[in-house]
Design a protein around this ligand. Structure first.
Ligand SMILES: *Cc1c(COP(=O)(O)O)cnc(C)c1O
Length: 411
């Protein structure tokens, strides 16, 4: 028989979203009439912006003509899209990022996993706790961790707690690390990092030759003009950071698929024998070999995000979700719950009532309010005692869900 990748067997069974699915299925089978509202999985709900749809329709029509047909495109993405991204997302914010440093892809989930292809085995890895599970599981699959303990913490990873006790700040660990995953605005906590906090990480990374993997999937939701949208707003970040961005959450591309990774020229790693190697060259080689680019239509749709109409429509989408987040915060606070996040991010991170753990609170809301959220403990041991509610839903559903949760808590 063929040999399997045994690292997959280290993955904790009962992964978060399948377990949620199992509990919701059991409940709906027993209560088929219960009108479930899902504020759990972080998927967007509102229609794709008109500017993006028009651009994609025009692109399909062009593909039906001999002159407008496009076959394989550049693996890195079309230059017109990479230039629009470099101009609007980076240079306009004072970040010296060029089109050449942008790699267009079909998702940040894939990119943040695939990046391990170009990184060596021996790196000491830091992740926040709670964390977006992809960073951890992709390291487990690649054999970069040990086994999980009873709390679900993998050997070989350094966990940086982000909880109310430290103001949801990822603090520099006392033990040395080489690879640091940071996601701000944060999924799941909705917390943000200030320029001063990120400067500490960049200074640390430069001093120790470490690499920061910065996930900016939620930058469009930032409301406070003082907060950085990109790691490259921080002095020195070009020498120590890769950034992931996605059109999934700002422009509703979760089902359309388009994202990007920034790998600055001159950002170096080293070989096992100590020679310096440019990461850009390795990532370019990796993408050229294993990836054949994003479809022409989708890249035209992503380009339209940067048109004046696209910008206005994306702003309106973000504002709509942020109003949902404000409603969730206000209603849960008025019900006596302690709420975090939801001010610069589409997630509200709720402290569960005293003595109620994350999964018990999940069961209570499911059974008594027919509302599905996400237990904080599913994102890491330090998420125990918290619960994530997503602002990605219709206003009707958010209003209805809040009414039901308040009634359940008052009962
Ligand atoms: C939704 C999300 C992404 C985006 O992933 P895509 O694959 O681009 O849809 C990236 N990072 C985090 C933390 C997310 O929650």
């Amino acid at each position: 028989m063929v040999q399997v990748n045994g690292n997959y067997l280290k993955l904790k069974a009962g992964y978060l979203f399948p377990e949620i699915g199992r509990r919701v299925k059991a409940f709906t089978e027993a209560n088929p009439q219960a009108p479930i509202i899902r504020l759990g999985i972080g998927d967007v709900t509102e229609p794709l912006p008109e500017a993006c749809r028009s651009a994609m329709k025009a692109a399909i029509d062009a593909m039906g003509t001999r002159e407008g047909f496009h076959g394989y495109g550049p693996e890195q993405g079309y230059l017109w899209l990479r230039e629009a991204i470099a101009n609007h997302d980076f240079q306009a914010r004072g970040c010296a990022i060029t089109a050449e440093e942008i790699f267009v892809s079909d998702g940040s989930k894939c990119d943040s996993s695939n990046i391990l292809d170009i990184l060596g085995e021996g790196n000491r890895i830091a992740v926040t706790d709670p964390v977006y599970p992809v960073y951890v599981d992709s390291n487990v699959m690649a054999g970069r961790t040990g086994e999980a303990d009873d709390a679900g913490r993998y050997g070989g990873l350094t966990y940086l707690p982000i909880t109310a006790d430290n103001g949801f700040t990822a603090e520099i660990p006392t033990e040395p690390v080489d690879l640091i995953y940071l996601c701000f605005p944060n999924n799941p906590t909705g917390a943000v990092a200030s320029k001063a906090q990120l400067q500490q990480w960049v200074d640390y990374a430069r001093a120790h030759g470490a690499l920061i993997l910065f996930d900016a999937a939620y930058e469009a939701f930032i409301q406070d003009p003082e907060l950085p949208h990109s790691i490259y707003e921080i002095d020195g970040a070009r020498e120590c950071a890769i950034e992931f961005r996605s059109f999934s959450k700002n422009a509703g591309f979760t089902g359309t698929r388009c994202a990007l990774t920034v790998v600055p020229r001159g950002l170096m790693g080293r070989t096992a024998t100590g020679e310096a190697v440019e990461l850009w060259t390795l990532w370019n080689r990796r993408q050229s070999t294993k990836f054949n680019g994003v479809s022409y239509m989708v890249q035209r749709g992503a380009e339209a995000v940067y048109s004046p109409e696209g910008q206005a429509q994306v702003k309106a989408l973000v504002a709509f979700y942020m109003e949902n987040a404000a409603i969730i915060r206000r209603e849960l606070a008025s019900a006596g719950l302690e709420v975090f996040g939801g001010e610069q991010a589409p997630y509200v991170w709720v402290k569960t009532p005293a003595g109620v753990d994350s999964w018990s609170f999940f069961d209570k809301l499911l059974q008594q309010a027919h509302v599905v959220g996400t237990p904080g403990s599913g994102f890491g041991a330090a998420g125990e005692g918290y619960f994530r509610l997503s602002a990605f839903n219709s206003r009707t559903n958010v209003d209805e869900a809040m009414g039901r949760i308040k009634a359940a808590l008052a009962a």
